[in-house]
Write a protein that binds this ligand. Structure first.
Ligand SMILES: [Zn+2]
Length: 288
């Protein structure tokens, strides 16, 4: 859905509240503090009173919308804008679109990204799985040593991210402390169905031992042709998007927040065929 559709579907704060209530409770309110179903509506305030623990609450308690003074409509619009922003959306841009200040926009973006966190999935990647690592981060700091600024990629002090993509399917990406022969096998074991997959990577020597675990083919980037199925085009286009998004939109991403931005990009990719991505995201936002 785009923002016009969201705007029409949820014209007021109360419409948004009704929607969250139906997603979260399906007509049977439950006290978020004690879990009791013995609740009396207080219709004027759109709140409920719990007859077991005697507190009052609204449906947003313990959701990403909790304790926000903003109209829920802005939250719904922000969610839609972020879901539709293939290259990511900076706080500054979100602030402009919603007419809120930049700190508020940043806070909203981080809360919405919580709903986009990729859960550990049990389904392993199958078929042709492209794997690569990339390096994200600003210029090396002073004292990082010697010729750091002339180095690129592996061996630099930038943050490495390992990523795997099932061709035509899902993507997994995680920050990794170190990328080498020892550390590469454990994400493969966790994410790839090694009995039913072929791993395609570049010729980095860290992958040398991986064929003991899973059939492995390498791409020679020096050669200018695509050898049938042996290419890493899917992963490279995902990377390009992620890097451009992170460098372009979130230039000051600290290490602490990087995993959330990566998950945001994975989430958009992995659910790109979902027929109600907004609905899915709202249900995750309210913890259903
Ligand atoms: Zn209660």
């Amino acid at each position: 859905m785009n923002i016009v559709e969201i705007y029409k579907k949820f014209p007021s704060h109360n419409d948004c509240l009704d929607h969250i209530e139906s997603v979260r409770w399906a007509g049977k309110p439950i006290c978020p503090y004690c879990g009791s179903p013995r609740c009396t509506p207080m219709p004027q305030e759109k709140r409920y009173h719990c007859n077991s623990c005697f507190t009052s609450f609204s449906v947003t308690v313990r959701t990403i919308f909790h304790n926000s003074k903003l109209e829920l409509q802005k939250w719904f619009l922000a969610t839609t804008l972020i879901l539709n922003a293939k290259k990511g959306m900076s706080a500054r841009q979100l602030a402009r679109e919603l007419k809120v200040n930049k700190n508020t926009a940043w806070f909203m973006g981080m809360r919405i990204r919580k709903a986009m966190l990729e859960r550990e999935e049990r389904n392993l990647l199958q078929g042709i799985v492209e794997m690569d690592e990339t390096f994200i981060g600003g210029k090396p700091r002073k004292g990082d040593g010697g010729n750091e600024k002339h180095k690129r990629g592996r061996g630099t002090k930038k943050t490495s991210v390992i990523e795997m993509i099932e061709r035509g399917g899902k993507v997994r990406a995680k920050v990794a402390k170190r990328v080498n022969g020892k550390t590469i096998s454990s994400p493969v074991r966790r994410n790839v169905d090694t009995q039913n997959a072929t791993l395609v990577t570049d010729e980095y020597k860290g992958y040398l031992g991986i064929s003991r675990l899973v059939p492995h083919k390498t791409v020679n980037h020096q050669v200018w042709y695509v050898d049938g199925d042996v290419h890493t085009n899917s992963i490279e286009s995902f990377w390009a998007l992620l890097k451009r998004g992170i460098v372009g939109q979130y230039h000051k991403v600290s290490l602490r927040h990087l995993p959330k931005y990566i998950d945001e990009f994975c989430y958009r990719h992995n659910h790109r065929k979902h027929d109600d991505l907004f609905g899915l995201t709202i249900s995750r936002a309210v913890g259903v």
